[in-house]
Design a binder for this molecule. Structure first.
Ligand SMILES: [Zn+2]
Length: 347
């Protein structure tokens, strides 16, 4: 019924008054009534009637403007008669328009307290869509809401159960643990660390190896330089930036560690090819052991690796079992096993 009303009023733009829907069948003024499809269709019909009246009103206004230009050529009496007739028509159409607007306002106000106040109302409106390809949307959306409610309920129950579970106190990694999940990475802490922390770490490493002596100095400010003396075999300069190793330089035991100004020389390479090669390998080890998240462990691992050079000239190569090959001792130490290898015998 509503569809037929809408179809018949669809062509009422020129005659809105005669095609207005019957108030007896559409409900008239029903304040607070439920928004049934019939009432919504009646509101749409009244809206079309308003649009038709407005179109007719503006069309008459436009005709009056065109007529006034043409009437300039005729006499004054004809002009006055035409103007009075046009004004009467405009007044009639305007009264009709105002009447339609009041009727539409009354109908809309009766629906406004209910329409669009909740999700359920919008869901019901979706079911009124006459398009055949959208008729399933109402059912699908309703099912979606039901499943969302279920998921919310189950997640709430799961959160309560896991939150009170004893698994939180075990060693098992708990992906739902807020403290572990939100813990920020400690990369920035490796650079700006207190000097006491660096000194304590170097001191503990110094105590770990009896034949390796570590000396900390800070000629360039807060960042430390560690001088390494390994037995009577070699000396090294380790440049630190916080707890990160920035540069490694290895020289022979008898080579000077001071520049011409009497300060630690951290740039001049060794004069001996053996220690130049050891420097290259130590730089590779520095990069290998570098770990931004475990800076303490990386420094300890590096010095442990460097300490394995204490038998540089005595331990034969693991592969060729020769102490000297190509005029060089085994200058490579495997990172994990610390076994000596020649450069060309590396696994
Ligand atoms: Zn070898």
């Amino acid at each position: 019924m509503a569809t037929t009303d809408a179809s018949t009023t669809g062509s009422c733009s020129s005659m809105p008054t005669s095609n207005r829907p019957d108030p007896n069948t559409s409900g008239g003024a029903m304040a607070g009534a439920a928004p049934t499809p019939e009432k919504l269709a009646a509101c749409l019909s009244y809206l079309r009637a308003v649009r038709g009246s407005a179109t007719q009103f503006f069309a008459l206004l436009a005709q009056q403007g065109e007529g006034s230009e043409n009437l300039m050529l005729f006499d004054v009496s004809t002009k006055k008669e035409e103007q009075a007739d046009t004004e009467t028509k405009i007044k009639t159409v305007l009264d009709d328009l105002m009447k339609n607007v009041k009727t539409l306002q009354c109908e809309v106000s009766s629906l406004s307290p209910i329409v669009g106040n909740s999700t359920q109302s919008n869901l019901d409106l979706l079911s009124l869509d006459p398009a055949t390809d959208k008729q399933q949307l109402h059912h699908q959306l309703r099912q979606c809401y039901i499943w969302m409610d279920k998921v919310y309920n189950y997640s709430t129950m799961s959160h309560m159960l896991i939150g009170h579970s004893h698994l939180n106190r075990s060693q098992m990694p708990n992906p739902l643990s807020v403290s572990k999940r939100r813990r920020p990475p400690a990369i920035s802490n490796n650079v700006n660390v207190p000097q006491q922390q660096v000194d304590a770490l170097i001191l503990s490493i110094n105590k770990q190896f009896q034949d390796m002596m570590l000396t900390v100095s800070r000629p360039m400010g807060s960042n430390a330089i560690v001088q390494v003396t390994l037995g009577q075999l070699l000396r090294g300069v380790i440049t630190l930036r916080g707890l990160l190793i920035e540069a490694v330089l290895i020289r022979g035991y008898n080579e000077s560690f001071l520049d011409h100004q009497g300060r630690e020389d951290i740039f001049k390479p060794s004069q001996l090819a053996v220690f130049q090669r050891v420097t290259d390998n130590a730089s590779a080890a520095m990069l290998h052991f570098c770990s931004p998240y475990l800076a303490d462990l990386s420094i300890r691992s590096f010095f442990t690796w460097l300490h394995s050079f204490s038998n540089l000239f005595t331990e034969p190569c693991t592969k060729c079992n020769c102490t000297v090959s190509n005029n060089s001792p085994p200058t490579w130490r495997e990172f994990r096993t610390l076994l000596p290898y020649h450069q060309h015998c590396r696994p």
